[in-house]
Design a protein around this ligand. Structure first.
Ligand code: UDP
Length: 238
């Protein structure tokens, strides 16, 4: 009997997952909580899991350069921030009992191995969670694009995007209390309606690859497990 094929998942976490609202840097308690939740969800699902983590809790190129640091340098700093977060997440997930590897797209090999697709796939086969750091390795992109890119490269079955709200709304729920949650939407409609849950470059790549995206609330306990197990939470973009 052949074992059932594991679902291959890429989980995109914003750097904000590692802080308390309104703060910067890494909050050890928030880090621990998210890592324990990821490890627990992974152990109870039949998935191969990869993670792309952002860096916005430490540095965002456009927001933080302040007109003093040029855009390319500022974006490079943002990519370094994602490496810091990836190493933190690696420690905390391993502490919670799941082996991991960090692969980066920028040369920083004393700290993490290089992104090599085949090696990443081998790690997954061996039951390790692979954390992709360094974004795409190029300025002018975001870690949403890195998530879409890596998910496409490893032939992921789904991209799970954990956010601060319940899913994709027809307008910004933080500004408009009457905003309505959308349960399902096509890539083309999401692009046409300029819904701001992911940058357009990332969305366009997912559309080309026909890679489904599920957007859900990171702050609801148990949501990562539900998403890994295929429950319909949040919004599906298909
Ligand atoms: N970044 C970049 N290229 C990439 C990914 C990220 O230049 O491929 C830089 C960019 O400056 C970005 C920062 O890294 O603002 C942090 O990433 P992002 O804003 O996507 O993090 P998140 O919002 O998910 O925490």
């Amino acid at each position: 009997m052949t074992p059932t094929k594991k679902k291959r998942v890429l989980l995109k976490l914003s750097g904000e997952a590692l802080i308390n609202e309104g703060h910067r840097g890494i909050n050890p308690q928030s880090l621990k909580e998210i890592a324990v939740e990821i490890a627990d969800a992974y152990k109870h699902s039949n998935c191969e899991l990869t993670i792309v983590i952002g860096g916005g809790n430490i540095w965002r190129g456009v927001r933080d350069g302040g007109g003093v640091i040029d855009r390319v340098n500022s974006d490079n700093m943002g990519m370094l921030a994602t490496v810091i977060n990836a190493i933190a997440l690696q420690s905390a997930i391993e502490d919670a009992g799941v082996p991991t590897r960090v692969q980066t797209s920028i040369n920083i090999y004393q700290l993490a191995e290089a992104f090599v697709r085949r090696k990443a796939l081998r790690h997954l086969e061996k039951g390790r969670i692979v954390i992709f750091a360094g974004g795409t390795g190029n300025p002018f992109f975001t870690t949403d694009s890195a998530a879409a890119l890596r998910a496409s490269e490893i032939n992921a079955d789904i991209l799970l995007k954990a956010t601060q709200v319940d899913g994709v709304y027809d307008s910004d729920p933080r500004k408009n209390p009457g905003a309505k949650l959308i349960h399902k939407i096509t890539y083309a409609d999401a692009i046409a309606k300029r819904l701001q849950f992911m940058d357009t470059a990332a969305l366009a790549l997912c559309m080309e690859k026909q890679l489904p995206i599920q957007v859900f609330n990171l702050h609801v306990k148990g949501n990562i497990k539900k998403a890994l197990c295929g429950e319909e939470i949040g919004t599906l973009i298909y």
